[in-house]
Design a protein around this ligand. Structure first.
Ligand SMILES: C[S@@+](CC[C@H](N)C(=O)[O-])C[C@H]1O[C@@H](n2cnc3c(N)ncnc32)[C@H](O)[C@@H]1O
Length: 440
C-alpha cells in the first residue's frame, strides 16, 4: 500500500481514516491507495464531475477562469473542488454544514499527501449571504433541504455567471394530464411561458447520516420540471439538462437503485429577467392584446341578446352552439378550440376571451359587445352597454369592470369629455392599479 510518492501508509493512519469515515461520496486516490466506499453511490461523483468540467469549459475560456471564483455548496469532504483544482480558478470555496465532513477531507488529504488551495468553510445553503461567486455548484444537496425555492433563491444571490445542479429527482411521469387539469394552469404567465408544471415529493429525513439533511426535517424530492421552473423565475437562461433522469439512471445507477437523478447547468444573462421584472411586460401585452381583440358581430350579437338581454328566442348552431353549451352546461363541457370562432383570422387572444366567458358571461359578453360598438364608432350605444357592466349590479366581474372603466375613459377622451374620461381612468386604476393605462 503505497502513496504517489512511494511512501507507505501506516496502521495508525489507516485507523485514523477509518475513524473519520464514512468516505461515502467519492474515492480519494494516491498511488495504489483508494479511500472511499461509495457503496450504492458508486460512479456518481465521477460522472457529474465530468459534466461540471464540460459545462465550465463549454461556457468559459481559461483566461476567464483565471479571474473566476467557484463555490461548492454542501461540499461534504471537498472531493469535487479538489478534482477541479487543476483549473486556474482565482478563488475556490466549499461550504458544508457538518464540520466533521470538512475534517474528513482535511485528514484524507493530509494522509494521502494531496494538496489544493480550496478554502473549506462550515456553512449551509440557507445562510449564504453577500458573497458572490462566478460559478456555483450545488450537487446532492437540494433534496436534503426544507425548501428548494428558498434554497435556490440563496444560490441565485451567490451566483454571478453559471450554476451547476446535480440532484436526485422523481419521475416526470407523475405530471399527468389529470394533475395539470386539477391544478388549473391558467395564470397570465402561461400566455408567455411554456406549459410547464412540476411535482415535489416530501419525506422525513433525520440528520443522523453524514450525507443527509443538516437538521431533522421534512425534505423535498423534485421533478426536473420543478427545478427548471425555479431556475427560470430566478432569471437563469440557457437552462441545459445535461443529464436527464433516464440518462442518469442508465449511466449511473444501471438499475441497481430505483433513483432518478438530473444534472442541469444554467447561466445568468447580463440583465436577468425574473418573474417580478417580467410582470409589467406580461400585463401590458396581455391587457393591450385583449383590448385590441375585437370579436365579430356575427359571434357577439346573438350571445349578447341571449345572455345580456335575456332573449330566449335566439337560436344557436355550429360554433355558436358549442360556445352556448360551454357557457351553460354544468358538466361534460364541450371542448373549446379555434374552430368555434366564426372568423379564422382571429388573433391570439380571441379564444382566451371566449374561454373566460364561462364565469360571469353577462359581464364579460357585455364588455366585448361594448368594445365592438366602440370599434364600430357607435359611441353612445357603447357607453350604455359598458355602463351596464359597471352600474347594473354590485359584485360585477372585476376584470370586466376595470376593462369597461378603461374603455369608457377612452370613449370620453374621443368625445373630448375630459372630466368623464379622467373619472373613468381613475376608477380603472382604483379597480386594478396594475392596469397599463397609456392615455390621458
Ligand atoms: C449527498 S451529500 C452530497 C455531497 C457532495 N456535494 C456530492 O455531491 O457528492 C449532501 C451534502 O449536503 C450537505 N447538506 C445537507 N443539508 C445542507 C444544507 N442545508 N446546506 C448545505 N449543505 C447541506 C450534507 O452535509 C452533505 O455533505
Amino acid at each position: 500500500m503505497h502513496l504517489n510518492d512511494g511512501s507507505k501508509i501506516t496502521e495508525e493512519q489507516i485507523e485514523e481514516l477509518n475513524a473519520n469515515g464514512p468516505y461515502s461520496m467519492a474515492i480519494w486516490k494516491s498511488g495504489d491507495i483508494s479511500v472511499g466506499n461509495e457503496e450504492g453511490l458508486a460512479g456518481r461523483s465521477e460522472y457529474f464531475l465530468n459534466l461540471i468540467r464540460e459545462s465550465i469549459l463549454k461556457n468559459y475560456t481559461m483566461d476567464e477562469i483565471k479571474n473566476f471564483s467557484i463555490l461548492d455548496i454542501g461540499c461534504n469532504d471537498g472531493w469535487v473542488l479538489h478534482q477541479l483544482s487543476d483549473l486556474p480558478f482565482a478563488k475556490m470555496v466549499g461550504i458544508e454544514p457538518r464540520a466533521k465532513n470538512i475534517e474528513k477531507g482535511r485528514t484524507v488529504r493530509k494522509i494521502l499527501k494531496l494538496e489544493n488551495s480550496v478554502e473549506y468553510r462550515v456553512g449551509d445553503i440557507e445562510s449564504l449571504q453577500g458573497e458572490v461567486f462566478d460559478i456555483v455548484i450545488c450537487a446532492g444537496v437540494l433534496y436534503h433541504v426544507e425548501s428548494i425555492p428558498l434554497a435556490l433563491r440563496k444560490v441565485r444571490e451567490s451566483c454571478r455567471h453559471m450554476l451547476f445542479i446535480e440532484s436526485r429527482c422523481i419521475s416526470s411521469n407523475y405530471i399527468t394530464q389529470e394533475l395539470k387539469d386539477e391544478i388549473e394552469m391558467r395564470d397570465l404567465v402561461y400566455q408567455f411561458e411554456d406549459e410547464i408544471c412540476g411535482v415535489t415529493a416530501q419525506k422525513y429525513e433525520s440528520a443522523y447520516y453524514d450525507g443527509s439533511a443538516a437538521h431533522n426535517t421534512i425534505v423535498n424530492v423534485p421533478t426536473t420540471e420543478s427545478l427548471v421552473m425555479n431556475l427560470n423565475i430566478l432569471g437563469f437562461d440557457n437552462i441545459d439538462i445535461v443529464a436527464d433522469a433516464d440518462t442518469y439512471r442508465r449511466d449511473v445507477w444501471k438499475d441497481k437503485r430505483p433513483l432518478g437523478g438530473v444534472c442541469i447547468s444554467a447561466t445568468l444573462p447580463d440583465e436577468p429577467k425574473t418573474l417580478e421584472s417580467e410582470e409589467d411586460n406580461w400585463i401590458n401585452e396581455y391587457e393591450i392584446g385583449l383590448e385590441n381583440e375585437v370579436l365579430p358581430r356575427s359571434l357577439l350579437e346573438p350571445l349578447y341578446k341571449f345572455f345580456c338581454l335575456q332573449d330566449s328566442e335566439v337560436k344557436f348552431s355550429g360554433g355558436l352552439k358549442t360556445i352556448h353549451d360551454y357557457l351553460t352546461m354544468a358538466d361534460n363541457l364541450p371542448s373549446i378550440d379555434k374552430s368555434v370562432l366564426p372568423d379564422s383570422n382571429n388573433g391570439k387572444f380571441a379564444l382566451e376571451i371566449v374561454k373566460n366567458w364561462r364565469y360571469s358571461p353577462y359581464d364579460k359578453i357585455a364588455l366585448e359587445y361594448g368594445k365592438l360598438l366602440k370599434h364600430e364608432g357607435v359611441l353612445d350605444e357603447a357607453i350604455k352597454v359598458l355602463k351596464s357592466v359597471t352600474t347594473n349590479k354590485i359584485n360585477s366581474d372585476w376584470r370586466s369592470v376595470y376593462r369597461a372603466f378603461h374603455l369608457l375613459s377612452l370613449i370620453y377622451q374621443d368625445q373630448k369629455n375630459e372630466k368623464e374620461s379622467n373619472k373613468y381612468r381613475e376608477l380603472c386604476m382604483k379597480s386594478n392599479y396594475k392596469f397599463p393605462v397609456k392615455h390621458g
